[in-house]
Write a protein that binds this ligand. Structure first.
Ligand code: HEM
Length: 153
């Protein structure tokens, strides 16, 4: 189960469905780090995908390695201690559905792997393209065969 969660987290890090959060703003002019002036009411956004690909934070960031989430205990998805990635945003406006989404992701992936044998039917190209969320530019083509014989009932 730990590896299943690690695969889901690595998927969200490497291929977050949203590359930006909903637009935020500040209620008064704010200077960040003494360097960056954020004017009142300006739309502020966050480069969600790039944060998860930061080579100063993640070793070999573009590689898909679920094992990176197996060390160091439960990963803090809410970013309450530190923010290493934020596929669901962070802070007060963080996605309120994140726990439900994680539950569904794990349930969905587990059932896809448990019930079917997967074979690529062509080249697997993980290039992305933006739609309402970010999706695969070239849809996955696979041969699926059931792993478990259908029950006689
Ligand atoms: C993999 C699945 C999901 C991803 C990656 C995702 C991601 C996000 C992100 C990035 C935001 C913006 C956070 C911010 O502005 O700081 C957001 C907001 C939101 N999400 Fe999700 N979400 C997911 C699933 C869900 C589900 C299952 C629900 C509801 C059951 C949900 C409900 C919402 C709502 C209501 C907001 C707006 C919160 C606000 O502005 O205060 N999301 N989500």
């Amino acid at each position: 189960m730990k590896y299943l969660r690690a695969v889901s987290l690595e998927g969200l890090r490497r291929h977050p469905p949203a590359h930006f959060v909903l637009p935020h703003s500040v209620t008064e002019d704010t200077v960040l780090d003494g360097k960056f002036m954020i004017p009142k009411n300006a739309a502020v956004n966050f480069m969600v995908a790039e944060m998860g690909w930061d080579p100063q934070v993640w070793e070999d960031p573009m590689a898909f390695k679920p094992e990176r989430f197996l060390e160091g205990g439960e990963f803090d998805l809410t970013g309450s201690k530190e923010i290493k990635m934020m596929p669901f945003g962070a802070g007060r406006r963080m996605c309120p559905g994140y726990a439900l989404a994680m539950l569904h992701l794990e349930y969905f992936v587990a059932n896809l792997v448990w019930n079917f044998k997967w074979e690529a039917a062509g080249e697997v190209d993980l290039t992305e393209k933006p739609e309402f969320t970010v999706v695969m530019k070239h849809p996955l083509e696979v041969k699926l065969s059931p792993r478990v014989k259908a029950s006689s009932q």
